[in-house]
Design a protein around this ligand. Structure first.
Ligand code: BGC
Length: 767
């Protein structure tokens, strides 16, 4: 593995040293910041003529971009929802002695450094630059998106001439002329309506076309010489959709001119009405409190986040840095407060995947939010799907299903399907199972008994109705089969009896039957309501049972393994090691036809089932299936490595588990796939956290009892992680000799550690 030397190892920071013009777009992704409601790539404030990918996004603000496909198939969605690149509010252009400042055009750039401070939640960039006329300046910019005040971000931008007095012109602006890189038809996404400027404040009111989200982008500037505020008012320039405040000052050598800029968005996602006045007040209040005050507030917010979620690893700084980076980025993407929002595979760090919601949320992120933010955050994620149930029913109806059968979309923003490749849109139906599984996981993990009778059962009924109609009866096998599907392994399409899909369908039917009984017995009023609403009948419950008991699960008795799908053994089963290195990744080197005919697996497919349903199989079965399928897996989805790490830990394959963990957690930092410039792999970061807790920690929850079976990688001297259980934080501390627990709150808990029952009492001295 080639190491990126320009990134330094540090337990709490991501540090880049030296200016690398070819890595600007990659670093823009890596140093991205967000607060769950908005996020932005780490673009320079000043204009840059080199390669850059500018991006700033508002959670939930999307545009339905008309579908573009070569061959239209009935059932395709009309649009692909895209989170929108939003007006740029960070812009600060600089002129020094009448020369435009551009990092791409300087004579020299020295001491260039970027730091993402994970502990305190801010991003810093500093350097010394020598301009064409030999002027040397020091520039530093500190920026954060406030976790305490979700609409605002703050920048403190300093310029210090180092060898001569300079005339410095600062041009701070907001600019509505932005577009998505991935737009299908180059349509306009925004309509800009009104502009306002008042003193050092300026704002631009815009509306998204078609979806009609209203957004007020604003900036409020303050200027300082050293630490003294400058009272001069800026010159205002309004050009089309851009408002600039320009301010010139003659600055002596070694004096610092700085601008404190408060900016951001007030949007109709968060407010029923938006107006300039509200925006003005909000930003004025922030400036009155001052940059340092707000930064301190930010640190406190992050301290609280870390108190509930930190993972410590001793003996391996690479792993330590990586897992904190993953936790940091997950928190920047979704804070768990809002049931309208979710977690896109790239968060706010890029445009691939459109910012929509995938099964990634339930399968890879849900356990993280549940364990580090508590049941409310997890309930919000479940409610997101509950709120989309009607759309999932509509979606299934479009494909020919009836009677309230629900097919959740492969990718969505508002509940409607956005995906438009038939082999995935129509066939990658296992996603429905992950949504039901999250309900089961939540029910098992928390003491919240009300979710299923209030909401969850309706979702389970919709999903089970879908499976009921999606299976067919094979006379030849005398069993139920599921034809024409794509499993998690997208390198096989339109296969019959994908084991994972059949297994999860079977599990869903059984779990729904159990929950119908549970609600019927214990929540009579809810049951009556649901029965009336859904028309649930005994006949269909009996049919679910009949299918559950008779669904076909392909098995090969010679190798004693389950079969990924019908006919899998007809393939020439050669291990991934036989693929020449220069042909990897195969998805960038092989024709699609070659990939489809090959035995190679994109990501955990059958093994995904062994992860979800671990108690259904013996260790022996896991070993046989892992050793059969893992050598065929090319891990070309970011979601693959973490799952394999967990299973390898379970099998005591310590080195493999460790290597897979590094691949999962450092995927972006080490840019294994040479694509980090497109954005970070946010959802796979949830998988990295699972590799820690479920893999190395061996955490399991069965019948509401936690158990741990620690498997520390040999390099690590200790590991600790936290789990929020019913409002109390359980800290699990593992070292080479023992595992100990600390508990907050006032209730003790019973758990099992390496097979032994123990009772953990809350510690008095921890809150
Ligand atoms: C994976 C899917 C995943 C999607 C978004 C694809 O490459 O195969 O499983 O849902 O990326 O992360």
């Amino acid at each position: 593995m080639k190491k990126d030397k320009h990134l330094k190892l540090h337990p709490w920071k991501i540090i880049e040293e030296g200016f690398h013009p070819t890595k600007v777009t990659s670093s823009e992704s890596l140093f991205s910041i967000g607060n769950g409601y908005m996020g932005q790539r780490a673009n320079f404030e000043e204009s840059f003529s080199g390669e850059t990918f500018r991006g700033s996004y508002i959670a939930g603000v999307y545009y339905p971009d008309r579908t573009r496909v070569g061959w239209w198939k009935i059932g395709y969605p009309d649009f692909f929802a895209k989170v929108l690149n939003s007006p740029n509010w960070i812009g600060i252009d600089i002129q020094i002695n009448n020369q435009d400042f551009d990092l791409n055009r300087c004579l020299k750039i020295e001491k260039f450094k970027r730091v993402l401070n994970l502990k305190e939640g801010f991003y810093l960039r500093s350097f010394e630059a020598v301009l064409k006329d030999k002027t040397r300046v020091f520039i530093e910019s500190k920026r954060f998106l406030s976790m305490a005040r979700k609409d605002i971000g703050m920048i403190k931008y300093k310029i210090k001439p180092l060898n001569k007095k300079c005339l410095i012109k600062l041009n701070s602006f907001i600019d509505g002329d932005v577009s998505n890189q991935d737009s299908n038809w180059n349509e306009q996404f925004w309509k800009h309506e009104e502009k306002e400027t008042k003193g050092n404040f300026a704002a631009l009111k815009s509306e998204t076309l078609k979806t009609f989200y209203k957004v007020c982008t604003f900036m409020h500037n303050q200027f300082f010489l050293n630490d003294k505020i400058l009272k001069e008012t800026p010159k205002i320039k309004i050009k089309k959709n851009k408002i600039s405040h320009t301010f010139s000052y003659s600055v002596d050598s070694n004096k610092t001119l700085s601008i404190v800029k408060c900016g951001g968005y007030v949007s109709s996602v968060r407010y029923s009405s938006i107006n300039f006045n509200k925006t003005y007040k909000l930003s004025k209040e922030a400036l009155d409190l001052g940059f340092d005050f707000l930064l301190n507030e930010q640190k406190n917010q992050w301290e609280k986040i870390w108190e509930n979620s930190d993972v410590t690893i001793n003996g391996d700084i690479k792993a330590q840095q990586a897992i904190r980076y993953n936790i940091f980025q997950l928190n920047q993407t979704y804070t768990g407060e809002d049931e309208k929002l979710n977690i896109g595979p790239k968060g706010f760090t890029g445009e691939k995947y459109g910012g929509g919601t995938y099964w990634d949320t339930e399968a890879f992120c849900f356990p993280f939010y549940l364990a580090t933010k508590g049941s409310l955050a997890a309930r919000n994620l479940l409610r997101y799907r509950y709120n989309h149930l009607d759309k999932a029913i509509e979606n299934a109806k479009k494909l020919g299903f009836s009677n309230g059968a629900a097919l959740y979309p492969m990718v969505t923003m508002n509940g409607e399907e956005c995906h438009n490749e038939w082999e995935i849109t129509f066939e990658e139906i296992h996603r429905n199972g992950a949504i039901a599984y999250a309900i089961f996981y939540y029910e098992n993990f928390t003491n919240d008994k009300s979710y299923i009778p209030k909401y969850g059962l309706e979702v389970l009924i919709g999903i089970s109705r879908f499976w009921e109609q999606r299976v067919s009866f094979s006379k030849e096998k005398n069993m139920y089969v599921i034809l024409g599907v794509t499993g998690p392994n997208e390198y096989e399409n339109n296969v019959n009896n994908n084991w994972y899909t059949n297994y999860i369908a079977k599990w869903c039917l059984n779990y729904s039957i159990i929950q119908v009984q549970n609600v019927r017995e214990k929540y009579k009023t809810d049951f009556q309501r649901i029965k009336k609403k859904t028309g649930l009948s005994e006949i269909e419950i009996n049919r679910w049972k009949e299918i559950y008991e008779n669904i076909y699960l392909p098995y090969d008795s010679k190798n004693e393994v389950f079969l990924q799908q019908d006919g899998f053994l007809d393939k020439e089963l050669r291990s991934v090691d036989e693929i020449p290195i220069n042909e990897r990744p195969i998805n960038q080197n092989w024709s699609w036809d070659k990939i489809l005919r090959s035995p190679y697996i994109k990501q955990a497919d059958l093994l995904q089932g062994f992860y979800f349903f671990e108690d259904d199989f013996t260790l022996e079965e896991l070993k046989r299936n892992f050793e059969f399928y893992e050598p065929l897996c090319v891990h070309e989805s970011s979601l693959s490595a973490s799952l394999h790490s967990i299973l390898a830990s379970k099998l005591d394959k310590k080195d493999k588990a460790y290597q897979f963990f590094l691949n999962a957690s450092r995927l972006d930092l080490d840019d294994y796939n040479k694509e980090v410039m497109e954005g970070l792999h946010i959802t796979s970061m949830g998988g990295a956290w699972m590799a820690i807790s479920k893999g190395f920690g061996g955490m399991k929850i069965k019948n509401k009892v936690f158990s741990f079976n620690p498997k520390l990688p040999s390099k690590w001297t200790s590991l600790s992680f936290k789990v929020n259980f019913d409002g109390s934080i359980l800290t699990v501390k593992i070292n080479k000799k023992e595992t100990t627990f600390e508990l907050t709150g006032d209730k003790s808990i019973n758990l099992i550690c390496s097979g032994k029952k123990i009772n953990v009492q809350p510690k008095k001295n921890i809150k």
